[in-house]
Design a binder for this molecule. Structure first.
Ligand SMILES: [Zn+2]
Length: 86
């Protein structure tokens, strides 16, 4: 995962709460007649070229790049706290 700010392109309110979705591959052997699983192998994580990110506010998920690009389009601005009146 990249060390860059994220911003959810869907709800546009979340920059902090995300989860990474990892896909696993698990082999199994089925009984051809009953359909029962008779043997299952170990779950192996599938390496993905780009991590899939889920927004924990609106539950939308997508490629990490979508979240990074949205943060670049709408960067978080730090509001100045100095009063302007004289
Ligand atoms: Zn969202």
């Amino acid at each position: 995962m990249e060390n860059k700010p994220y911003f959810c392109p869907n709800c546009r309110s979340n920059r902090v709460k995300f989860s990474q979705i990892t896909k696993y591959s698990q082999s199994f052997i089925k009984d051809a007649i009953t359909g029962e699983i008779v043997e299952s192998g170990e779950a192996v994580p599938i390496a993905q070229s780009e991590p899939e990110i889920e927004c924990l506010v609106c539950r939308v998920s997508g490629n990490e790049m979508r979240f990074i690009k949205q943060a670049e389009r709408e960067p978080r601005t730090t509001t100045p706290t100095t009063p302007t009146y004289v």
